[in-house]
Design a protein around this ligand. Structure first.
Ligand SMILES: *Cc1c(COP(=O)(O)O)cnc(C)c1O
Length: 431
């Protein structure tokens, strides 16, 4: 394919880097086929839900003002409930991001004197101020809600013995984070999550189990709510928005818990009844429809990146041959220079803002500088090819997304090209 190589060269990818990538890809054929099967399964799951809920063109009509009787919004929430196998769901543009979805889902269930227990170790960075681990105005701590935490074992498993002793009479809600977030621990499989939920429920069946589902949707056949989670939350500018949702978040779970969340999101008395969908319904539906194949592209991208950087001697989590629990790929590059070069490689292969250089900055909600490469159609969307890294030891870059596989492939080759150009790695003498 002479022409193709020429196109890559015009796109800034040298023949050597391209060939290196092709060699790696040869070994990934079977894995890619598995991802395609998974997309097929999840696509059919979504098709059933769309059909059963009788989604029609009328669902795409915008509403304004209070948003009473918003057919598109209400039907979409039924679709989400079907897909996630729950009694109810909230899917709203007024949920501003994943952090907001999680904060709403959790805090709606807790009252003064209750305890929140995390059993998957330190929660995602932005939740620290919500819980009050770091001082935050309006944190759960300010409202008299205590917090405790059980870390995963060194091998990344749930520590059942410690969980058992950490559960106290005032433990109201247990939180589990499916994806590793900005940590170098393994992400948790739905199977492992189901197993620990059974364990928790055998100790006390009335404890509410919440799962932060960010980046996990449609990676596996089952979702945490298929294996006993009472409530889950996530962002629509990640997996379930399929790259088309312009904003928003979702919460799915038991009807009474979703009702609480709705009262928290809007206000007591109004709950789910208000919230105009403006003009986003069509993109929410179409995004969900696209999500399984977009997740499939992202998984191919993650494994391709893992295989490349593994070959070059860097630590990657997860390894290129391990079972995937989310779309995030961590690559420990070991230096600030490499992290910046990697991110700029992704940036320069982006469909938007390919001409800009990214630099570390003090992002709100994080305790150190963060660098983000994101040339996305939707601002901050991380289901689109993107990379981000906290500028601190061990200088790991977290790489995710890819609306299409050809673009993701180009982006990853571009990251490698930057490292090669700046003499930060050697593809001729891989470790
Ligand atoms: C992205 C993410 C969040 C927060 O979502 P934002 O949309 O960035 O606020 C929370 N938890 C996990 C595991 C995430 O990946």
């Amino acid at each position: 394919m002479e022409d193709l190589e020429k196109m890559y060269e015009e796109g800034g990818i040298s023949r050597q880097v391209y060939d290196f990538g092709e060699k790696i890809l040869k070994d990934l054929k079977e894995r890619f086929e598995d991802f395609e099967k998974m997309a097929e399964y999840n696509q059919l799951k979504i098709m059933s839900a769309l059909r059963e809920c009788k989604v029609s063109e009328a669902c795409f009509a915008p509403t304004t003002g209070y948003g009473y009787n918003d057919l598109g919004r209400d039907t979409l929430e039924e679709v989400y409930a079907k897909v996630f196998n729950t009694e109810a769901a909230l899917v709203r543009p007024q949920i501003t991001c994943g952090t907001h979805a999680i904060a709403t889902a959790i805090s709606a269930q807790l009252r003064p004197g209750d305890e929140l227990l995390s059993v998957s170790g330190k929660p995602y960075d932005t939740l620290e101020e919500i819980i009050g681990i770091r001082p935050g105005k309006g944190s759960l701590k300010e409202y008299g809600i205590s917090y405790s935490q059980v870390d995963l074992t060194p091998s990344g498993a749930f520590d059942k013995e410690k969980i058992k002793t950490a559960i106290k009479p005032d433990t109201k809600l247990i939180a589990i984070q499916r994806s590793k977030g900005y940590q170098t621990r393994p992400s948790l499989s739905v199977e492992a999550i189901g197993d620990v939920i059974s364990f928790i429920k055998s100790i006390r069946s009335d404890i509410i189990v919440f799962v932060d589902n960010c980046y996990g949707e449609f990676v596996e056949r089952y979702e945490p709510t298929d294996v006993g989670a009472d409530i889950i939350a996530g962002s629509l500018i990640k997996n379930p928005g399929g790259g088309l949702a312009p904003c928003g978040g979702y919460i799915a779970g038991k009807a009474d818990l979703i009702e609480n969340a709705a009262y928290r999101l809007t206000c007591p008395g109004l709950g789910k009844e208000v919230g105009a969908s403006l003009n986003v319904n069509r993109s929410f539906y179409q995004g969900l429809f696209m999500a399984p194949t977009v997740v499939c592209s992202s998984l191919k991208a993650a494994v391709f990146a893992a295989a490349i950087y593994e070959r070059l001697g860097f630590d990657v989590i997860p390894s290129s041959d391990s079972r995937r629990a989310d779309i995030i790929q961590a690559v420990t590059l070991g230096s600030k220079e490499r992290v910046i070069a990697f991110c700029n490689g992704i940036q320069s292969a982006s469909p938007v803002d390919a001409h800009v250089t990214c630099e570390p900055w003090d992002m709100p909600g994080y305790d150190c500088q963060v660098i983000m490469a994101a040339g996305a159609f939707i601002s901050g969307s991380s289901i689109e090819l993107s990379a981000d890294a906290p500028i601190k030891e061990p200088y790991a870059v977290y790489f995710q997304g890819g609306l299409t596989w050809p673009h993701a492939k180009y982006g990853i080759l571009s990251s490698l090209q930057k490292l090669v150009d700046e003499n930060l790695t050697d593809i001729y003498r891989p470790a």
